[in-house]
Design a binder for this molecule. Structure first.
Ligand SMILES: NC(=O)C1=CN([C@@H]2O[C@H](COP(=O)(O)OP(=O)(O)OC[C@H]3O[C@@H](n4cnc5c(N)ncnc54)[C@H](OP(=O)(O)O)[C@@H]3O)[C@@H](O)[C@H]2O)C=CC1
Ligand SMILES: O=C(O)[C@@H]1CCC=N1
Length: 352
């Protein structure tokens, strides 16, 4: 069955921009896939499995054939993803809030276990935090480059140039540098880093709970396999979209900075609840759960938020009274302006 399916399958797989493999490697993966399936069924590479399922559906006419092939492709997907991640050693340059959020998320998802991550930071306290996660720590960024093939640049943008240029002699084309620094263009990162392959990602802090919203753009020498690896890593802690690099500042405005706006909204909703007589605990729980439920409704129903808002709004009822207040005070306009201001600030930062 594989002999029948494989040629067009390989073709499709390449078409979606994945690993380039010789046919021998493919057969090894197929064999390993069968072996791994029995012991790795719980592997969290659902998106890869789905890709394989979708691609394969075109090749199977009978439901029995489809089922058998789906199982085999699932095995292949698991084997490929495991193979890709097996050689990945993630090093965090800067062990601050975002590095911790990503490290915790990757470890929790089982995609990169803590013992395959390392961090370096000028702040000893932050290194201790990473040690407590079970990762190793390095005494310098240069040492980090010696032990890690995927480096996540997680220092503040203001120090990024010095940090990366200091590391340049220890970077080679075998390193993938994933920068999460706001506003720093790939062209500058490439100049500072020399031969390392560059991917720029704008995630948000919700990596920590597996619900990040991220955008990414690839540098010129980054490969489809790099794209797959970064996608796998960030899909294990949320959602990631590939965007044109010029739109990454817009991503920063919406979802990079967005959690801060939503935290403020939750705090303000809870304050309102307290003002109306609720205890702080109950008000906070109601406010946070309301944001969670509303976001889920947008994502799961795929209905326009305006339509969902109308579902809540009874004629002459309580909600329209509240909406009128918000409209009077420019609620929507304030959010739109906040996103645009964040994006504009990202553009300014890219010019330093
Ligand atoms: N916070 C967020 O929600 C998001 C942040 N980002 C981006 O992520 C990056 C990190 O942000 P964040 O985690 O908030 O920042 P943090 O300040 O929490 O983390 C940066 C860490 O890097 C350390 N550091 C400073 N200089 C060096 C150096 N030379 N070598 C190694 N480590 C060093 C800092 O130490 P010290 O404090 O002592 O200087 C600090 O511990 C930024 O570029 C930001 O734009 C992207 C998306 C979201
Ligand atoms: O405020 C900042 O600059 C960073 C980037 C996105 C979120 N925090």
């Amino acid at each position: 069955m594989f002999c029948h399916v494989l040629p067009s399958f390989c073709c499709d797989w390449r078409h979606v921009g994945s690993l380039e493999l010789s046919s021998l490697a493919w057969f090894k993966i197929l064999e390993d896939g069968n072996h791994m399936c029995s012991r790795s069924c719980t592997c969290s590479f659902g998106f890869l499995v789905m890709k394989f399922f979708q691609l394969h559906t075109r090749h199977c006419r009978s439901s029995e054939g489809l089922r058998t092939c789906q199982i085999r492709f699932a095995c292949v997907a698991v084997a490929m993803a495991a193979d890709m991640l097996a050689n990945t050693r993630v090093g965090f340059i800067g062990a601050g809030q975002m590095a911790e959020a990503i490290a915790r998320g990757l470890d929790k998802a089982g995609v990169v276990p803590a013992n395959k991550m390392c961090a370096s930071d000028v702040n000893v306290g932050r290194m201790k935090v990473f040690e407590s996660l079970g990762t190793s720590v390095c005494s310098s960024n240069t040492k980090l480059a010696e032990t890690s093939n995927v480096l996540i640049l997680a220092v503040k943008p203001q120090v990024a140039e010095k940090v990366v240029t200091d590391m340049k002699p220890s970077l080679s084309k075998d390193h993938l540098l994933v920068s999460i620094a706001a506003g720093i263009p790939i062209s500058k990162l490439q100049d500072w880093a020399g031969e390392a392959r560059i991917v720029r990602v704008m995630p948000n802090v919700a990596c920590m709970v597996g619900e990040t919203a991220a955008g990414m753009s690839l540098g010129k020498t980054a490969t489809p396999a790099d794209s797959d690896l970064v996608t796998t890593m960030f899909e294990s802690v949320g959602k990631i979209h590939v965007v044109d690099e010029k739109l990454l500042n817009a991503v920063t405005g919406v979802s990079g900075s967005g959690p801060a706006y939503i935290f403020m909204a939750i705090e303000a909703l809870a304050d309102g609840g307290v003002a109306a007589g609720l205890t702080r605990d109950v008000a906070m729980s109601l406010a946070a759960q309301t944001v969670l439920g509303s976001a889920k409704m947008v994502l799961e129903t795929k209905k326009h938020p305006g339509e969902l808002k109308d579902m809540v709004t009874s004629p002459a009822g309580t909600t329209i009274a509240g909406i009128r207040e918000l409209e009077d005070r420019g609620f929507r306009s304030a959010l739109i302006n906040a996103v645009v201001a964040g994006a504009k600030r990202g553009e300014e930062m890219s010019k330093y």
